[in-house]
Design a protein around this ligand. Structure first.
Ligand code: AQP
Length: 332
């Protein structure tokens, strides 16, 4: 069976973008693939994390996977720092990737911003670690949101160069799986900015822990324009905030944007927002309730992570052994 790998950073406040762009797809893919889903705590520390918060967020991220419907019997759920193969392969990939490749990464530019000289080296080589995450499992398919596309292209480049340098077809060339009606959910306050955990404004995102009142409040306050909704998606051009809310509605309802606009076209946001709130609450509330239940049972979540780490290491360690042999490094 084909193998999937994907990860989510435990950097707090998992949101609707993480859910619609990634986690919901993780759940659905369990039917056709062998799935490995990772809480990428080593990625999270590329920017400062309070240690106690990081530990809590790691558990909460794993609990979110479970609450959303990832089955720990069928899929492997674990956290990255427990499986040494990730960091070890990342170092080897740091020696394969070229500076010029990393210099082109837009996520580094966005996250480092004007403080580039003060950004951690880890943030810069983040894509090498991501390539290692995936290729330590020889995964072939990687479900992610649109924002991770460039990093996956770099993973392909690293795999290709490794194979070429050592004259062996060892690593597969991965395929990104970017699908659904909301592959890039935007901020509720700014249609030009991605919905993000690190946005300073709570009103910009719907957190997966939000209760019904906060979801409704945030949707009521979401930025829009004064025009009614158009009758087809073409009419959303130049209306980023409206397009975002329609995309969210379509994704939550498992409908197309065309279909949603066939129902709401010609109507204003005073009609659309309450319908969106009702839908968002209906989809997200059961997940939030299950998440709360799981967080009250930390022993269970920790046991899932421990068992998952053993299964993950059993796949990744032999791959690393082969890599050592190919590269000429000592056997472990
Ligand atoms: N706004 C989004 N729309 C669709 N998909 C998204 N993803 C993230 N934001 C959106 C997808 O969620 C998965 C996990 O992402 P991540 O948390 O590991 O890192 P990120 O992409 O850097 O997410 P954030 O929220 O923007 O975090 P911060 O603010 O900490 O940097 C990935 O598949 C991602 O594509």
């Amino acid at each position: 069976m084909k193998r999937i790998f994907s990860g989510v950073q435990p950097s707090g406040n998992l949101h609707l973008g993480n859910y619609l762009g990634a986690i919901r797809n993780f759940v659905r893919l369990q039917d056709g693939y062998e799935c490995v889903y990772c809480v990428v705590d080593l990625h999270a520390i590329t920017v400062w994390q309070d240690p106690a918060e990081l530990a809590r967020n790691t558990r909460e991220c794993a609990a979110t996977f479970l609450a959303a419907g990832i089955d720990p019997e069928r899929s492997v759920i674990f956290n990255q720092s427990r499986v040494a193969a990730h960091a070890r392969l990342a170092w080897i990939f740091n020696c394969v990737a070229r500076l010029g490749w990393l210099n082109r990464m837009t996520q580094f530019k966005e996250k480092a911003g004007k403080q580039r000289e003060n950004a951690s080296v880890g943030l810069y080589v983040y894509p090498s670690l991501m390539a290692a995450d995936i290729l330590a499992y020889k995964a072939t398919h990687v479900p992610v949101g649109e924002d991770q596309k460039q990093h996956l292209e770099l993973t392909r480049d690293i795999a290709q160069k490794f194979n070429h340098d050592f004259g062996i077809e060892f690593f597969p060339l991965i395929e990104p799986l970017i699908f659904g009606e909301a592959t890039r959910v935007m901020s509720l306050r700014d249609g030009a900015a991605k919905m993000s955990k690190s946005d300073g404004s709570e009103a910009s995102r719907i957190n997966l822990t939000d209760d019904a009142d906060s979801i409704a409040h945030k949707i009521r306050r979401a930025r829009t324009d004064p025009e009614p909704l158009p009758h087809s998606p073409d009419g959303l051009a130049g209306r980023a905030e409206a397009a975002n809310l329609v995309g969210i509605f379509a994704a939550l309802a498992d409908r197309t944007a065309e279909d949603v606009l066939a129902e709401f076209g010609g109507r204003g946001f005073a009609d659309f927002k309450p319908a969106l709130s009702e839908l968002a609450v209906a989809v997200l509330s059961p997940i939030a309730a299950e998440l709360r239940r799981l967080m009250a049972d930390p022993g269970y979540v920790d046991s899932v992570l421990a068992a998952g780490a053993e299964r993950a290491a059993a796949i990744a360690d032999p791959v690393l052994d082969e890599v050592h042999e190919i590269v000429g490094l000592a056997a472990r």
